[in-house]
Each structure stands twice: as structure tokens, then as C-alpha cells.
Write a protein that binds this ligand. Structure first.
Ligand code: NAD
Ligand code: ZN
Length: 343
């Protein structure tokens, strides 16, 4: 069962209008970046009641307190009271930051998330985590707060650059690998372009919503959503810090293979299942080349992961396809071996 603040929509402007009419907000403000203003805002604009638009620059490097100050300032200039609503139209960057600004403006006004990237639709807009980066730490300042509504419309994906689609798809693959073998069998028969996004989204969102409702503050079960991220996130951080480019989902795809390899070595995952995972992910994402020095240095970052306890590296490992354990402990040598195998 989906929480009742999540709505799948085939007609976002009408559904949004119906919601706003019910709520009777004092003012409506729309937050966009230059891309979502151009590609997504026109689909809503005409039916929206009287409103203001705030546009910020796109990109993770804008997800900081300086941009929040610009947003808070405009909310103040528009004299928004506590009965206003902020409608956040964008990817995960805007969702996290806009939600945070709304949750803190005058101790919190309502916000509506209208995620426009695949990653934001299946992941960032579900689960109530909001925030911004600070002092080189990702999502360092933030709060947990649920939106009044998350409106999901896959039509927005039509204008999304294919690299961004591929990046978000890694989170769909992750959700599937840890929750539903049948879904995996459906996904792996199709290329990225052939996927049925409506069907996949319903599945992926329901899964994440269920997990985060059971464990909203990540005390236990929610850690299962870190599948692929222990190793993937380390490689992503390492490459970005050394001046390389890699999208989050590309790193998570690599992480799912590497962590799958460790699960296979521990006989938690069969050889055939591992092969099926690795072959499909490599076909969609290609390989990220890493030399021996890079492997050792990226592996070292898994040891420093803030989610660890003491010297143990916490990791989610597959138990077959469609199931996983979130409380496994792995060691540095296993990470190095998995990354070397991947090469
Ligand atoms: P993003 O928000 O930067 O969007 C990617 C790019 O696509 C941007 O340039 C954006 O302007 C553009 N764009 C967005 N929608 C478009 C559309 N429909 N057509 C054309 N262009 C479009 O990146 P993202 O991948 O959506 O989100 C990444 C962020 O999400 C990170 O900051 C990450 O920390 C956060 N995140 C949060 C959670 C959470 O639980 N809150 C979970 C995962 C990720
Ligand atoms: Zn992720």
C-alpha cells in the first residue's frame, strides 16, 4: 500500500489543481531550475492558480546553504505566510534543497515534490530526507520531513538526458535486486530505452515507501537501500575527488556488481545469479576502468564510510536475487578483490 501523500499521475496539471483546490493555500510558489523551467513547468503552468516562480541554477554544486539563502530571501520578499505552499519541480537536488527550505521557513510550510528525473522519482522524493551539502560533506545539513504530496508523472522523463536516465535506472535495479526476482526477470530482458517506466516506478516507489515507512530514521531495515552504495559510493567519491567524472548511478551499478561478487564468494549468491546481474549491468553501463592504485585508494574509502561501526565495513549483500541482508560486515581485502575482479 502506498502512503496517501504519493500520487501517480497521468495528468499532473489537473491532479495538482485538484489537490491545491482542496487545500486552499494562501500562496503558491514554484521552485525550478533552468532545465525544469523550460521542459517541465509548461506542463503545469496554465492550470496553476496565481503563483510565483523561483528559478535557481541546476547542479549538485548549487545544493548548499548559499542557494537556500536565495530561496528563503525570495519567500520572504513574496511575504509568504505559514499557509503557503512551495511546489518543487525538479530532480533530487531541487527536491532535497527545496524541501529543506520549506521545512525550515517559518518553522515549516507545506511543500509538494514533483520529481522530474528518474532518480528523484524512484528514490530522492520518497522517504522524507531533505538537506544540502556543507563543507565538502554531502547532505550534511538537513531534516526529515514528509511532503504534503509527491506527484509522480513519467511524462517528464521524455526530456531527460539519457545519461541521467541511466543514472536513475541504477536505483531501480537496486530496488529490484533486493526485493523482487520476477521484476528482475522482466527488467533484464529489456534495454534501458525499452523499459516500462510506469510499471517499474510503481514497483520501485512502493518498495522504497514501504521500507522507509517501517524505518523512517534509518535505524535498521532502511540500511538495505544502501545496496551497491558501500563500494559504489567509495568509488564515486574517489573518482570525483581525483578530478574524474562519474554519475552516481554509474558508480552504484559498479557497486552492485562488486558487492554481488562478495556475496558470491560467500555462497550467498549463486554463480548463475551473479552472472545474470553482472552481465546485464555491464551491458547497460559499460565498465569503469580502475588501475591497481585507484582500486586500493577507493577501497580505503569504504573503511572510512561514516555508516561503519568501528573498523568493520557495513555492507548490504544479496541473498539470491530479490533478497538481501543489510547487516553484513566485509573487510578491506574483500573490497579490493571485488574491485580487481571487476577489472
Ligand atoms: P539533479 O537534480 O541534479 O538533476 C539532473 C539534471 O537533470 C539537472 O541538470 C536538472 O536540471 C536536469 N533535469 C531535471 N529534470 C529534467 C527533465 N525532466 N528534463 C530535462 N532535464 C531535467 O540530479 P538527480 O540525479 O535528480 O538528483 C541527485 C540528488 O538527489 C543528489 O543531490 C542526491 O544527494 C539526492 N538524493 C536524495 C535522496 C533522498 O533520499 N533525499 C536519495 C537519493 C539521492
Ligand atoms: Zn544512490
Amino acid at each position: 500500500m502506498l502512503p496517501d501523500n504519493i500520487l501517480f499521475s497521468a495528468d499532473p496539471s489537473n491532479d495538482l489543481l485538484a489537490f491545491l483546490n482542496k487545500k486552499n493555500y494562501s500562496k503558491v510558489v514554484v521552485l525550478t531550475d533552468e532545465n525544469t523551467r523550460e521542459h517541465c513547468y509548461p506542463a503545469l503552468q496554465q492550470k496553476l492558480p496565481d503563483h510565483f516562480v523561483i528559478e535557481v541554477k541546476s547542479g549538485e554544486e548549487q545544493k548548499n546553504l548559499e542557494t537556500c539563502v536565495l530561496i528563503w530571501k525570495q519567500l520572504t520578499d513574496y511575504a509568504l505566510d505559514r499557509h503557503a505552499v512551495l511546489l518543487v519541480l525538479g530532480g533530487g537536488v531541487l527536491g532535497d534543497m527545496g524541501g529543506f527550505c520549506a521545512a525550515t521557513y517559518k518553522r515549516g510550510i507545506d511543500f509538494i515534490l514533483i520529481p522530474t528525473t528518474l532518480l528523484a522519482q524512484v528514490d530522492a522524493s520518497i522517504g522524507g530526507k531533505l538537506g544540502v551539502d556543507f563543507d565538502h560533506f554531502k547532505n550534511h545539513i538537513g531534516v526529515f520531513q514528509q511532503p504534503a504530496l509527491t506527484l509522480l508523472y513519467t511524462g517528464f522523463l521524455k526530456t531527460l538526458p539519457v545519461a541521467e536516465l541511466r543514472s536513475g535506472f541504477a536505483e531501480v535495479i537496486k530496488h529490484t535486486l533486493i526485493s523482487d526476482k520476477d521484476m528482475w526477470d522482466t527488467i533484464r530482458k529489456k534495454s534501458l530505452q525499452e523499459q516500462d517506466w510506469d510499471g517499474l516506478l510503481k514497483h520501485s516507489v512502493a518498495f522504497k515507501a514501504d521500507v522507509t515507512t517501517q524505518d523512517p530514521k534509518e535505524k535498521g531495515l532502511r540500511k538495505i537501500l544502501n545496496a551497491g552504495h558501500t563500494i559504489g559510493h567509495a568509488v564515486e567519491s574517489y573518482l570525483l575527488a581525483s578530478g574524474h567524472r562519474i554519475l552516481h548511478g554509474e558508480a552504484i551499478a559498479l557497486g552492485l556488481i562488486a558487492e554481488g561478487f562478495i556475496a558470491r564468494e560467500r555462497n550467498m549468491l549463486s554463480h548463475d545469479d551473479f552472472q545474470s546481474i553482472a552481465a546485464y549491468i555491464l551491458a547497460v553501463y559499460g565498465k569503469v576502468d580502475l588501475n591497481e592504485k585507484q582500486i586500493a585508494e577507493a577501497a580505503q574509502l569504504t573503511v572510512q564510510d561514516k555508516k561503519n561501526k568501528g573498523n568493520k565495513i557495513l555492507c548490504v549483500l544479496q541473498e539470491g536475487i530479490g533478497r538481501a541482508r543489510w547487516d553484513c560486515e566485509i573487510n578491506f581485502d574483500e573490497v579490493k578483490e571485488a574491485l580487481s575482479f571487476y577489472q
